[in-house]
Design a protein around this ligand. Structure first.
Ligand SMILES: [Fe+2]
Ligand SMILES: [Fe+2]
Length: 200
């Protein structure tokens, strides 16, 4: 899969791609899109460290590659439990550390990369205590406002589009750390409202 990131990070992508293909359907494309989103965001807003956040984007869900099919439903979708979510975060951090060590990635960057991967899906804001953690959390959450993911969530939940929009407004929008990213989410939400003809 072609990825539009600076060539210095391509070595990481090449090593991660075969494992991402073993993850859940959608994890490979989500890793690619999040890495490109991080790249474009940092280029535009000059906020955050690309050397940290591009590897994080590539690796963040890679832990799913090591999870057995029979454990899948405990860790994904509506039945996912906080404790089992931990498994993919910690396994992912371990896989990332092994690959980054192998390619001799700067140690100073590797430390925060694995730290972010190991907490990226935590619910409580207190875990996101650095600028890079806050940026990654926000960019990762944009996915759920996208046309494709919105539809997937509707199929999984049996919610009406109106209910899902209300949920995103109440449970997602207020919790963005970065104003710029929150504004992108609000724009995306308006597009979803238009699509489902819910604009008053
Ligand atoms: Fe995750
Ligand atoms: Fe993600």
């Amino acid at each position: 899969m072609k990825i539009n990131i600076p060539s210095k990070y391509k070595k990481i992508w090449e090593r991660a791609e075969p494992l991402l293909k073993k993850c859940r359907p959608g994890d490979l494309i989500h890793a690619k899109q999040t890495a490109e989103l991080v790249y474009n965001f940092i280029k535009t807003h000059k906020k955050g460290d690309m050397d940290i956040l591009i590897p994080v984007a590539i690796f963040h869900d890679i832990g799913h590659a090591a999870i057995l099919p029979e454990h899948f439903e405990k860790i994904s979708g509506l039945k996912k439990l906080p404790n089992s979510k931990l498994v993919h975060m910690l396994t992912g951090a371990k896989i990332a550390k092994e690959i980054l060590t192998k390619i001799k990635y700067p140690k100073s960057k590797t430390k925060e990369i694995i730290e972010i991967i190991s907490i990226h899906d935590m619910e409580e804001p207190k875990w996101f205590d650095t600028k890079n953690k806050k940026i990654f959390r926000d960019l990762d959450h944009l996915d759920r406002f996208s046309k494709k993911r919105f539809k997937t969530i509707l199929n999984l939940t049996n919610w009406t589009p109106k209910q899902l929009i209300e949920y995103l407004k109440k449970k997602e929008i207020p919790f963005f750390f970065n104003r710029e990213i929150k504004e992108i989410a609000e724009e995306m939400l308006k597009e979803r409202e238009k699509e489902y003809k819910l604009l008053s």
